[in-house]
Ligand binder design. Structure first.
Ligand code: B12
Length: 268
């Protein structure tokens, strides 16, 4: 059976739960179809899914995604606000709308269809939308369960993922000290001494900046403070294998995994 037939059959099945459709969508993304086919299919699936779970007040995540791809910040913010007004889960808006849009933008950049200005506009749209979502993602109202110092490593200015992880950690009760982007090894070490965090979070989006993570782990050892802090790493090119190789305490593939990891590391 072709992948399309499997997907359509799955969608006609009235079980149509979010996670079920998510699995189907990710099956498309890992299928070696052409990019335009993948986009069309993903769009079609989301529409079908929205129709299946029914109701007038449903938000079409594909529109949010499209607004990000177009780099239309006004429209992205408006759609996010509309989604919130309809009580859509903020985390779903992030993953199915904002993040999904950035993945397509990255693909188009790789294929030479998009250039830096398009990536910048998309990033601006997501950053603006995240500032609308921040109060909902970051407000735990709970007692502080631990302290995290987080930053993007030297030479790297990507901060959307790091910011998102920071907001989500705050949302589950961590105090988060954000060092920003392009953070040198020395600054990470100084901040670890100054703030005595339970966890040091390092983000890298470029293969060329990942060595900064290993250097930071090494510098913490040289400073004699490695034992007192758990080091967690993440970012699109980072893997569990890489984390193990550099002697980090953990790797988080996404915001949800980052929360789970940090809670586990501090035993909460
Ligand atoms: C937006 C973007 C930009 C924006 C960044 C704006 C900003 N404020 O961040 C701008 C335009 C500035 C930019 C610039 C560049 N970019 Co860029 N960019 C992207 C893009 C499209 C999206 C990144 C993003 O925000 N994703 C969404 C977030 C939510 O996902 P995320 O960052 O992966 O974070 C999640 C997880 O990884 C994890 N996570 C992240 N950090 C951490 C930390 C911890 C501790 C944990 C546990 C988890 C965790 O949780 C997050 C939430 O789920 C990606 C494409 C892609 N698919 O990644 C390219 C991409 C990363 N960029 C790329 C490149 C090449 C560049 C440039 C070198 C281009 C150039 N020639 O100048 C420059 C580099 C500038 C620099 N020195 O840093 C390449 C990197 C290739 C590589 N493997 O090295 C990519 C992959 C595009 C591509 N397909 O080629 N970019």
């Amino acid at each position: 059976m072709s992948i399309i037939a499997v997907l359509i059959e799955g969608l006609q099945d009235k079980r149509g739960s979010h996670s079920f459709v998510d699995i189907l969508v990710s099956a498309i993304y890992t299928n070696p179809l052409g990019q335009s086919h993948r986009e069309l299919l993903a769009h079609f699936l989301l529409k079908q899914h929205l129709a299946l779970i029914g109701g007038d007040e449903l938000v079409d995540f594909a529109q949010v995604k499209q607004a990000v791809i177009e780099g239309d910040d006004e429209k992205t913010v408006r759609l996010v606000e509309e989604a919130l007004a309809q009580k859509v889960n903020p985390a779903d808006i992030v993953t199915s709308g904002l993040q999904a849009g950035l993945i397509i933008v990255g693909d188009r950049f790789s294929s030479g269809e998009f250039f830096i200005p398009e990536m910048l506009l998309a990033a601006r749209s997501v950053t603006r939308a995240l500032s609308v979502l921040r109060p909902l993602l970051a407000d735990s109202g709970a007692i502080t369960i631990g302290r995290v110092v987080i930053g993007t490593v030297a030479g790297d200015i990507h901060d959307i993922g790091k910011n998102l992880v920071g907001m989500l950690l705050q949302g589950v009760g961590f105090e988060v000290i954000d060092l920003g982007t392009n953070v040198s090894v020395e600054r990470f070490v100084t901040a670890a001494k100054e703030h005595s965090p339970d966890i040091l979070g390092l983000s890298a989006l470029l293969t060329t900046t990942m060595p900064g993570m290993e250097a930071t782990v090494g510098a913490l050892k040289s400073a004699g403070i490695r034992e007192g802090v758990k080091v967690v790493v993440g970012g699109a090119p980072v893997t569990q294998h890489f984390a193990d190789r550099i002697g980090a305490d953990g790797y988080g593939a996404d915001g949800g995994a980052a929360i789970e990891l940090c809670r586990r590391l501090i035993g909460k």
